[in-house]
Each structure stands twice: as C-alpha cells, then as structure tokens.
Design a protein around this ligand. Sequence first.
Ligand SMILES: [Zn+2]
Length: 375
Amino acid sequence: MEHISSHKGTQTPEQIGNDAADRLANNFRLLGEASQPAPYLLETEEPLLFFHNNLLMQGDPRDFLKSLEKQAMIDTWKTKAPKQASWFLKHPTQVLKQAKQAWKWSVERGTGEAWLYFVFGICQWLPTNHRLNKGKDETLRRCTLCLCNIPEKMDHLLKCPALAKEHLQLKEEVMAKFSYWNIPFASIPSKSREFELRTGWRDAARKNILTSSISNSRIDILTKAYWKVNSHKQFVSTNAFIKDLVSAAQNRYPIPCLQPRQDLTALLAQIFVLQTHAFTDIMNFSPLFEDWTSINGSDVPFGAKLWNTTSLHSGTNSFLFQPPNSQIKVDGLMEILSETLQTTARQGSFVSFQNQRSYHPTSSNSPFLTPLPQY
Ligand SMILES: [Zn+2]
C-alpha cells in the first residue's frame, strides 16, 4: 500500500492513476447532481421502519414501547383511581426512584411483603381503620391510638398526637441527612405558616381597642384554636380573625372568667381520659382538652361545637366546670345529659366539678386562679 497525495502533479505513474480516479469520481458527482433524487433505503438497509404519530423511531424500539406503556398506565391510574394516584402525581420522580430502590431491596432480601407495603403506602392504601371499616359504623373508623375522635386516615397518621415521638424522630433524621449533605440554610429553622399567621393575628388583636382587654395568654390560646379550624384554607385573613374575635367577645354570656387551676385540670383529664370541655366559652375553654362545646354560635369560629342537640356529648368523656354563682342549674343539666347517655348506644361520661366551698380569691388553698380581667 502506498499513499498518493493529490494535487502534486502528474509526473509519476501513481500520480497519473490518482488523477484518473479523481476525474471519474467528479464525473459521477456531476451526474448525481443533475438527476432526480433516488428513493432512500432502496433495499435491505433496515428490516423494519417504526413510525409513531408520523415520527420515525430510531434505536431500540423496546425502550420506546416501555415508555409508551408507562404513560398509558399512569393515565389509567389517574382517571380510574385519582385518590390512589394523588401522591404519585405530587412527587412523580421521587416515587419512581424510591420504587426502584424498594424493588431492589425486597428482591435482595426475598421479602415480597416489603414491596407490597411500599405499593400500598404510595397508593394511600395502608390498612388504617378508615379503610378497613369503610362503610361500617363511624366509630369503628376512628383512630384508636389517640383521643381526637376523628377517622384514622393517612393524613391523620402523620399528625396523630399519639405518634408524636415517631414524628419527632422522623424530623430529626431528615435534619441529620440535610446537614450531612450540606444543604444550604438547612440548619435555619423555617418559620411555619402557623407561626406567621398567628403572630399577625396576635399583633392585630393587641392593636384593636375592642380586644385589648383580653390577656396575652388567652389571645395565644384563641389564635391556636382559630388556626386549628382554618388551617386547611389557602388564605385566612387577619380581618376575619378580628371580626370573629370581636363578635365572640361581644356575644358571650356574662359568665365570669374563672378557671380551675390548670395543673388540677390536667390531672383530671389524664385520670378520667377527658376529651371535651363542656359548656364553656372563648374566655374559659381549656386547651388541655381536644374539643370544647358552647351554647353560643359566635364561639364556633374558634372550634367550639355548638350545643344544639342534647346528644352532642355522647361518645366522648366531658369535663364540666361551673364557677360559683353561676346562673346555670347544674343538677337539671346533669339530668338531661345522663338521659341522653342512657338512650344512645355510644356511651360517654361526665366529670362535673362544682365549687362546694365558699370562694376566697385571696386564700392560698383556693382551687381557683385569680379571676381574669372582665371583658
Ligand atoms: Zn390518632
């Protein structure tokens, strides 16, 4: 083999031959340029041409078919089971990545159950009471771990007070990972939406002349209660809070602002497993209980359950405290309540706490705190 460089003259026989080859190639190039274009892929160049939506698919068709199949399955998932697809639609990349991991781990360890658990978890299909007892009595669907008296759904598992220790551990482990990966600003605690809204409400309540006599601690309790009722809303205006607060304060029945000592109440709540603070109002309800009931509609924006049916307290253990010189005839009330408890299938109980002794606000062994300033 000998390399002949072109355009170096036509002296040697090799250079003459090279020149002839160049001329021939040039002739055919001119011929090709002058004639009609030949149809592409005349014979046997590709055994199969794969078109989809007028696009020619190149490369391994199996990859493309797989992505097509995946999209079709996601579409079916979305339309036929929107609830089961909602977590996937929110985090499509993370769920698929985690799915690959979970599949690998369960294959490696030979635990098919782990894979099933992952699938059910992603689909919000874990055997919560809400799912297991679907269509059955409402009491069976409630969470049995805590006293919230609400259905045990996946959302509840993430905020169930009985699982607070696990939630905290999860948070700590996530924070540890963040600092391990050196994620910027991860160590700065983020202000929650609750904190920002409640601070705004408190400042507005402090500036408003109509609510300025309410104590700071009571405002904190009330912003917390208002947040609990409205946290699912996208916007909660400060004006709405002030309006509801003024209305609730102006419409309350003139019962004294008087509460039993909170350490005593906490003890009673623990011993008797009390969930509800019965027949109280915005100035007196204790945050130690899960809910509270009122006879006044203006208390409802702050989470009060309105006592419009005598059976309202059935199914929960309630705490009832009447301050001295109260207008309410407690004996008559207890009679009505015990009747409703006997007639309904869902039992409940009451702890009634009445002041039997004469009341001296100055005496040190009084079970009461000093009265709050009257509104
Ligand atoms: Zn719970």
